[in-house]
Design a protein around this ligand. Structure first.
Ligand code: ATP
Ligand code: MG
Length: 177
């Protein structure tokens, strides 16, 4: 498997202007005071890898752009992007960039070439990047929320994670026969 070597962010959430995060080595821990941008960094990773989950759920893309002070910049110039510089298992590098344009639309590029969402997600999938993201990304509050579930809710969660949820209907239908 490959790994993210570093991230380049521009105007993404609390990351104002252009900022490079990394390089990341084998194991990375993100530390910082409350509000420093730790969760926003996780959101950036989810965003660039096309994962719709956790904090990003139900968020308008425009809200992910750094909230400039009205005097700082013309509204029409406000854009954001997250770029992941990814190293493949064979050592080759590939960059994935997902941008939000001022109207709130997404733009995708691979190695600097614009592609559509299907091509972008298809490439991520073909490289085996985050195919099962929902299985291993644990967000702030998730642990507490799991700990306070009742047994039925825990079972439902496990069914969701294992993927057996998708087969549940078939299973129940067969059981009735
Ligand atoms: P905690 O330890 O409390 O979990 P954290 O390091 O995870 O903190 P984040 O949630 O990543 O913190 O960052 C929160 C900060 O990001 C808040 O101050 C919030 O105002 C800021 N923020 C979020 N979205 C934007 C945005 N679009 N523009 C500017 N700032 C933003
Ligand atoms: Mg946080």
């Amino acid at each position: 498997p490959g790994k993210i070597l570093r991230l380049e962010l521009e105007n993404f959430k609390s990351y104002k202007g252009f900022q490079t995060i990394g390089p990341f080595s084998g194991f990375t821990a993100i530390i910082g005071r409350n509000g420093a941008g730790k969760s926003n960094l996780m959101d950036a990773i989810c965003f660039v890898l096309g994962v719709r989950t956790g904090h990003l759920r139900g968020t308008q893309l425009k809200d992910l752009i750094y909230a400039f002070d009205d005097r700082e910049k013309e509204e029409r110039n406000r854009r954001a992007f997250v770029r992941a510089i990814y190293q493949l298992a064979n050592g080759a590098q590939i960059t994935f960039t997902r941008a939000i344009n001022p109207t709130g639309g997404s733009e995708y590029s691979i190695d600097g070439n614009l592609v559509n969402a299907d091509e972008y997600n298809g490439k991520l999938r073909s490289l085996g990047i985050l195919v099962k993201a929902r299985n291993f990304l644990v967000f702030q509050g998730d642990v507490e929320s799991i700990a306070s579930k009742n047994p039925k809710q825990v079972t439902a969660l496990m069914e969701q994670i294992s993927g057996s949820e998708e087969l549940k209907r078939d299973y129940e239908e067969l059981e009735e026969k």
